[in-house]
Design a protein around this ligand. Sequence first.
Ligand code: 2M8
Ligand code: MG
Ligand code: MG
Length: 270
Amino acid sequence: VIVFSDLDGTLLDHYSYDFSPAKSTLAALRAINVPVVLNTSKTLAEVIDIAAEMQLNGPMIVENGAAIYLPESDSQVPPLAESDVRGFSRQTFTKPHAYWSSLLTEAPEEFQPLFTSFTELGIEGIKQRTGLSTEQASKAASREFGEPVVWHGNDTQKQAFMAYLRERGAAPIEGGRFMHVCGECSKGDAMLWLCDYYAKQVYNNNKVTSIALGDGNNDVPMLEVADYAVRVKSPVHAPPTLQRDGNIITTEQAGPAGWAQALTSLILPN
Ligand code: 2M8
Ligand code: MG
Ligand code: MG
């Protein structure tokens, strides 16, 4: 079994970014050697800190499936294709940040007043929008792949903007607060890639059972294709709509408390 988890609104409280209600469950999963792979919109710089606090030292999926990073210190999982990237090996699934951010600066005049990119927001703007500290906000700003934007327009305008981006190879996806503009990567594709890698490289060709947990629309791609989908309740929006049949759990509690509750009932011995 491998657990794939979103952060904001899922393993981290939507408002406070606290994960203490999930601490004992994280420890219990560690004790039975079940990997917990963070699968998030956040950047590598942000995830490094959070993984350390959670005592997770395995692979992590960053920026909505844009890349997988594996610490070189992980002795269980063999290194990924690209080696020696600041202490990690890496597998990437999309073009770099400069490509997607110039797509935004070059977008037609009519769209420009309708959005503000992370680059335009700057550290102060990111802090205001997210409640992150200066240090955390500057780590959130260090995008390597996609570019988050704040959307100011209406829904019709949003559909037109997203269609414009899609025609140019982007696959925009909405997180809890921002629209993320990146290539055709997803949390689901990266998750399946990593399951396959574990099966071949770590588990002697035995199939991996995946459990995905998320609260938002950007989690749908992984919730659709995981063996078990856990929709963690959000205090701010309805649970994402899924097309799949079966093995869907919707938690009663929000955020990390719901996370812990679902994993306790799914895999931990009572
Ligand atoms: C952004 O991600 C969240 C994910 O749902 C969002 O779109 O609301 C990212 O910029 C991430 O890097 C940042 O940490 C987070 C902070 O709320 O916002
Ligand atoms: Mg989320
Ligand atoms: Mg603008």
